[in-house]
Design a protein around this ligand. Structure first.
Ligand code: VG1
Ligand code: CO
Length: 542
């Protein structure tokens, strides 16, 4: 039976860069999740009788919210819900299921790389029928609705057993519990040259894949160990845990340091990779070589045709504005389109749907393509293995040859986490006020060529997104970018992105922070970041 429940609106349900993210105790408030889910449904039209996909990264509170979402979908009039067994679907796998079964949309429960547990983070994101994150038009409508919602509808059916694959009925709606891995593994097998990768692994190239106690464990086990023949134990931390084993499931040099050290050690594996909480991010390391995500985008694009799924070539590349311009040089050489979007995967959807871009990437360890409408961690790892197998070279050889051909974009991001919000906003306002006077000014050897607050004009639907990050561009192609994170759940996180282009191959082996030292100093001088934030060093450097 369908019940209508009176509720009081919350005023803080504004989706950020990637859905609504809050601490679990916030989500556990009376009707908090229900209000947001109903606000999603109230912002959509035409879904009666259609299919909704639901899945999450297995973090704490995942199962509880999935039960609510299933019962609310039944009450809202969906014809069918597809949910991953155990409530599990990685973000790219959910995107694939939405597309493959032509669902109306999907609800992905995740706070991605943020920690999980009773006092940690949870999140809800809505994806549209193309499998990608809802565009701003929809997330704005959801937020508006959430501020005035007065009731929601829910079936009073009993909780379902999420672990039992099969089909059942809930208040007239069909519920199918599916194997979360099968469709995704089949998709990957269709895109990449599995026989060559299998031969590479059989030849003695040892890999270590770290799922960080999060959602990619079952996917990685099936793909790397079962289908590609990597020895058992190649996939680490493969059981998705509600608190990710107490780890921070963020694949970078800080949180995946153990893997990094292992690959760098003399007898360690030749190739290492890690994924984040919901499986859309990736980190790739080879012996003696950490691959920056910006370089990874460029190198995958430059070598794309080695993979059967991309053998016909790529139509274009898109990157988020703070991502380095390494991929731009590849696009130029291939004579294909290059697009610069704001941070967040939702901005790639239109370009992918229109066939303008085939491969997309963000500096934040995210790469993907038109095979789904989300970034895809394991896809990137498989792409790298496919490249290594086709070229019969190590990661280090592939990267250094790429730099020699295209030049190197030294790149680093400095994050200042949990800064006082007023201080962070004050810094951004002061920077905006300065923009007009910066061009022409010199800081040591650096002369400002241009400075602006990035605005994106979507070439497909004409929508405009303003205030997407402050860019200070120097003559010669170096730049610093400032923006505030839209995924954090306490205080503000200031991100400073620093980039320098170095065409000369004789200068390609400088330590990154050293190569960028003058720009880092100028970033602080222009923004007064240290003084305003009260911090003398970043929390995380990637
Ligand atoms: C961060 C990254 C951004 C990414 C987003 C979601 O956003 O910078 O590139 O798309 O996280 O990634 P922000 O607003 O905190 O800078 V995930 O893997 O957390 O869904
Ligand atoms: Co993620």
């Amino acid at each position: 039976m369908i019940k209508t429940v009176a509720t009081t609106a919350y005023q803080d349900q504004k989706p950020g860069t990637s859905g609504l993210r809050k601490k679990v105790p916030v989500f556990a408030q009376e009707n908090y999740a229900e209000n947001f889910i109903q606000s999603i449904f109230d912002s959509l039209e035409g879904f009666k009788g259609k299919t909704l996909v639901i899945g999450g990264d297995g973090r704490y509170y995942n199962r509880e919210v999935i039960q609510k979402a299933i019962k609310m979908a039944a009450a809202a009039g969906f014809g069918k819900v597809m949910v991953g067994q155990g409530g599990i679907l990685s973000t790219p796998a959910a995107s694939n299921v939405i597309r493959k079964y032509q669902a109306f949309g999907g609800i992905v429960l995740s706070a991605s790389h943020n920690p999980g547990g009773p006092t940690e983070d949870f999140g809800i994101k809505y994806n549209i029928g193309n499998g990608g994150p809802a565009p701003e038009k929809i997330t704005d409508a959801i937020y508006d609705r959430s501020k005035s919602i007065t009731e929601y509808k829910i079936s009073d059916a009993a909780d379902v057993d999420l672990d039992d694959i099969g089909t059942l009925k809930i208040d007239g709606m069909e519920l199918e519990i599916i194997d979360p891995v099968e469709d995704y593994a089949a998709l990957m097998e269709g895109l990449f040259d599995f026989p060559s990768i299998r031969a590479l692994l059989a030849s003695g190239v040892r890999i270590a894949i770290d799922s960080m106690g999060a959602v990619t464990g079952p996917y990685a086990k099936e793909i790397f160990e079962n289908r590609l023949g990597a020895p058992e134990g190649s996939v680490r931390n493969f059981v998705p845990l509600p608190d990710f084993g107490g780890h921070h499931p963020d694949p970078n040099l800080v949180h995946a340091k153990e893997l990094y050290d292992d690959v760098m050690s003399k007898d360690g594996p030749h190739f290492g990779a890690a994924s984040d909480g919901d499986g859309d991010r990736n980190m790739v390391v080879g012996k003696g070589m950490f691959v920056t995500p910006s370089d990874s985008l460029a190198i995958i694009s430059a070598n794309a045709t080695v993979a059967p799924g991309y053998a016909r070539g790529i139509a274009g590349i898109a990157r988020s504005m703070p991502t380095s311009a390494a991929a731009d040089r590849v696009a130029e050489k291939l004579k294909i389109g290059m697009y610069e979007t704001p941070t967040g995967w939702k901005f790639f959807g239109n370009l992918l749907d229109a066939g303008k871009a085939t491969i997309c990437g963000e500096e934040s360890f995210g790469t993907g393509s038109d095979h789904v409408r989300e970034k895809d961690g394991l896809w990137a790892v498989l792409f790298w293995l496919n490249i290594l197998a086709a070229r019969n070279e190590s990661v280090k050889e592939v990267v250094t040859k790429h730099w020699a051909e295209y030049g190197r974009n030294y790149y680093s991001r400095h994050d200042y986490e949990e800064v006082d919000s007023d201080a962070a906003n004050g810094m951004m306002t002061a920077l905006r006020d300065k923009l007009a006077t910066l061009p022409g000014q010199t800081f040591g050897a650096l002369k400002v060529a241009a400075a602006d607050d990035f605005a994106y004009h979507d070439p497909i639907d004409g929508s405009v997104s303003k205030n997407q990050g402050i860019r200070i561009l120097f003559e010669g192609g170096s730049r610093v970018v400032f923006r505030l994170s839209g995924t954090g759940t306490s205080g503000a996180t200031i991100r400073v992105y620093v980039e320098r282009y170095e065409p000369d191959a004789a200068r390609h082996d400088i330590e990154t922070q050293t190569a960028l030292a003058d720009l880092i100093a100028v970033a602080d001088e222009i923004s007064d970041l240290k003084k305003r934030s009260g911090r003398d060093a970043p929390t995380v450097i990637t």
